[in-house]
Structures are given as C-alpha cells and as structure tokens.
Design a protein around this ligand. Structure first.
Ligand code: A3P
Length: 283
C-alpha cells in the first residue's frame, strides 16, 4: 500500500516524514536505556502532555519554580521525534546527553521501542484513553491528510500515524501488573487528579508532602496548563494547533453517528473484551 504524500511506512506503521524520518526510528531501537529512566508511553491524544507535565513537576518537586520557563518537550523529550522547530536535531540526541533520571515520552508500539526497555526494565507510566475520544481528538489534531470519512476508516484499520490504537494499548495492558509499570486511565485522571498525582509520585518513589501535592495538582489542572505556553505548546506541523483543546471525556457522544459508533464497536469492542479492558464513557 502506498503511503499518502508526506508520510511513509516504517515496519508497516505509518509515520509523518517531517517528524519521524526512518533513520531516527531506526536509532530509537538501539537507544541505550538506563535503569533509572522513566518512560511515559501512550497512544497519541491520550493525555501525554498532561502526564508529562505531572511527571516533570514531580521530578522537580524540590524546586518547582526552576522549570517554569523550560518547554515541556525539553523536560520530557519524545524519543522518536525530530523537531523541525529545533533545527531538526533528533530529540534522541538531546536524551543521550541528559543527566539521570531522564523522563522520556513515546507513542511507539511495542515492536518499535528501544530493545533495552525490555531488559533494563525502567519505570513505565502508560496512559490509556477511551478510543472513541482518541479518534475525535486525533482527527482534529490534523496529523493526517484525509477527510473525516477517510480518516475514520483509516483509524479503525490502524492506518494512521503511529499505527493501531489497540496494538499500542494491548501490550502495556497485558503488563499492567509488572513491578515497573503503572497503567492509568485518562478518564480516571479527570475524575481524581490529586489521587493520580499521588499515585504517580509514589510509583516513582518520590512521595510528596501535602502542600507540594496540592501545588502539583493545581499546576497540572486543565485551566492552568492551558494558559502555560511551555506546556500548551503548538504542534510542530500543519497550522500549529495547540495540545490542550477541550480536555473532557465522552466528547464522541455528540460527534459520532450511530453507524460510526457501531463501526467502532465492531472494530474494537470484541478485542477489548478478550483482553478485559474497559473504559469509562465508552457506551
Ligand atoms: P482533547 O483534544 O479531547 O481536548 P496528548 O497530549 O496525548 O496529545 O493528548 C491531548 C488531549 O489531552 C487533548 O484532548 C487535551 O485537551 C487533553 N489534555 C491535555 N492536558 C490536559 C489536562 N490538564 N486535563 C485534561 N485534559 C488534558
């Protein structure tokens, strides 16, 4: 199958040329993972920016103000990204020079991740979001060249940038009880942000006092992050859409037709039942 203009396939997965050239995807596999790295793994539009901000605030909880002016992508770089707004230097190069502990984000499916993740076993925080809302959010993000109908079909087939939503979630869900993995749901974070900040901090062995916990919860709330240009940055493509948009669960209910909803149920629900994963706001 030919990739749309401006995109390519890497090991059967679609990627945007400008941000994810083949040499950089190849280099990711050879990346030297440190045992004290912390990975944030997600499918796009699942709350990555949100969780990256939480992780970064926890990492720097002794001196939160010190990170105020540092862009989030510099604090929690994306391992597979080549950012055209940063002279096209692969983020991976930045990571190689970073002191420990490094906080690293990725949207890659299991087979494209650094091989050493599975031997060094760094901590991994995985965030999953209801696929129906992911589908809407990803469509609006415009990292695709299609009309709604074309995009919808391609999303269900896993033929969008970064590949299949299900394949991405499935691996980490199966490993959710591993000691080095914390699996959380976007919808649960919406329901109880403070509880999740605490949970993530405990997982990182960085327990927080009440005042710091409250401050990190405040800074990672939707309203505060939306006004923070270092967290709510512009996407480095297209019209430069911002990362924070609505931040609400269940948006699909007012956006999908009954037929579209049924098509998603057909594409995902049986497989979701097989692995016993359930999402709030799914039906
Ligand atoms: P919407 O497009 O539905 O608004 P990612 O960072 O993985 O690209 O995910 C982006 C989605 O997370 C967007 O969803 C964005 O609004 C939402 N988001 C980002 N920060 C958030 C926050 N602090 N609280 C709730 N949702 C947030």
């Amino acid at each position: 199958m030919a990739a749309p203009k401006g995109f390519h396939y890497y090991e059967g997965v679609l990627f945007y040329d400008l941000l994810f050239p083949v040499p950089s995807l190849e280099a990711v596999k050879e990346f030297q993972v440190r045992e004290d790295d912390v990975f944030l793994a997600t499918y796009p539009k699942s709350g990555t920016t949100w969780t990256a901000e939480i992780l970064s605030l926890i990492r720097n909880s002794d001196d939160i103000d010190s990170i105020d002016k540092v862009p989030l992508l510099k604090r929690v770089p994306c391992i597979e990204l080549v950012n055209p707004e940063e002279n096209c230097i692969p983020e991976l190069k930045l990571l190689e020079t970073m002191g420990s502990p490094r906080y690293i984000r990725t949207h890659l499916i299991k087979r494209l991740l650094p091989c050493e993740i599975f031997t060094a076993k760094p901590k991994v925080v995985y965030v999953a979001r209801n696929p129906k809302d992911v589908l809407i959010s990803y469509y609006e993000f415009k990292l695709h060249p299609w009309s709604w109908e074309e995009y919808f079909d391609n999303f269900l087939k896993g033929n969008v940038c970064y590949g299949s939503w299900f394949e991405n979630v499935e691996y980490w869900w199966e490993h959710r009880n591993d000691d080095n993995v914390l699996f959380v749901f976007y919808e649960d974070m919406i329901r109880d942000l403070k509880g999740h900040v605490r949970k993530i901090a405990d997982f990182l062995n960085k327990p927080l006092d009440e005042a710091t916990l409250n401050e990190i919860t405040r800074r990672s709330s939707f309203d505060v992050m939306k006004e923070n240009p270092n967290a709510n940055f512009k996407a480095p493509f297209g019209d430069g859409l911002r990362l924070l948009r609505r931040g609400k669960p269940g948006i699909w209910k007012s956006r999908l037709t009954e037929a579209e909803n049924e098509a998603i149920e057909k594409a995902f629900s049986r497989r979701m039942q097989e692995i016993k994963i359930e999402f709030s706001f799914y039906s």
